[in-house]
Ligand binder design. Structure first.
Ligand SMILES: Nc1ncnc2c1ncn2[C@@H]1O[C@H](COP(=O)(O)OP(=O)(O)OP(=O)(O)O)[C@@H](O)[C@H]1O
Ligand SMILES: [Mg+2]
Length: 258
């Protein structure tokens, strides 16, 4: 168990959406806490409300009731303390790699020289040196996702919110980027919230996993991931890893049947 004070607290969060004449409950009384520097993965069936939840944490949309506390202070809107890596690639097509990474920094009131220096640093960190002037359509999916990672990291967020950042990638690129993310966070640890469909990805990356039920999203199970860091590929075939994978899989299967 991690004994640090909570960085982020989710208290009794509820969110409904209007769908035609009906109202659907997407999140229903969600409560949990994330410790400072903890890496928490969230798994749940498609449509259960994971992206909605991350958007609320990021302050992009308000909850209907309940609250999110960041260092004990309620989140009221977007803030530079949180960096989001979105589901799919959400780069500006008319901006180069450099200009996309600079985007978040334009709101931070930094001198242009520092903006450039920081952007270049993170572009290098995610392995895209030489592609500063390329436009998104000139990059592969994996490279575009790296731009998204660099853009989120460049603002020096205290909390990193990741919404299936590798979901649209082929398996090899996904494996590669998982390792790169681990390497980057090894150097520069951050409180991380990572949404994924992949049980393996969650176990490989996280300190703890929250499994959500189908809509409305409720906590079905929480698992502490006991593996030390740095983590390497061999972990994925170890008996302990497979045992945790099986437990999560059983829970998701049971949930899908009920
Ligand atoms: N702005 C909106 N207006 C109305 N309904 C919405 C809105 N945003 C999301 N929803 C609904 O809320 C539910 C949860 O959507 P959400 O995108 O949070 O799911 P998700 O868990 O991220 O799914 P996936 O795994 O497929 O990405 C869906 O039924 C969706 O139709
Ligand atoms: Mg989603």
């Amino acid at each position: 168990m991690i004994e640090r004070s909570p960085k982020l607290e989710v208290r009794n969060l509820t969110k409904r959406f209007r769908q035609g004449k009906n109202e659907i409950v997407v999140i229903d009384g969600l409560t949990f806490a994330i410790a400072d520097l903890e890496f928490l993965a969230i798994i749940g069936p498609s449509g259960c409300g994971k992206s909605t939840f991350l958007r609320i944490v990021d302050g992009l949309i308000p909850p209907d009731s309940g609250e999110i506390l960041l260092d004990g202070t309620p989140v009221k809107g977007p803030g530079k303390g949180r960096g989001m890596i979105f589901q799919g690639f959400d780069l500006f097509p008319w901006r180069t790699t450099l200009a996309n990474v600079e985007f978040g920094l334009e709101m931070l009131d930094l001198p242009r020289s520092e903006r450039l220096e920081r952007s270049r640093y993170y572009i290098e960190l995610v392995g895209l040196r030489g592609f500063e002037q390329a436009y998104p359509h000139q990059l592969s999916g994996g490279m575009q996702q790296r731009v998204g990672i660099a853009r989120a990291l460049a603002i020096h967020p205290e909390v990193l919110l990741m919404d299936e950042p590798f979901g649209a990638l082929d398996v090899q690129t996904r494996d590669l980027l998982q390792d790169e993310l681990l390497r980057i966070l090894e150097r520069d640890r951050k409180t991380s919230l990572f949404v994924t469909h992949s049980i393996e990805e969650a176990i490989y990356l996280a300190d703890r996993i929250v499994v959500l039920s189908a809509r409305p999203a409720k906590i079905e199970m929480t698992i502490d991931v006991p593996f030390p860091r740095p983590r390497t590929d061999e972990l994925k075939t170890s008996p302990d890893f497979l045992e945790i994978r099986q437990r999560i899989w059983e829970t998701l299967k049971r949930d899908a049947r009920s």
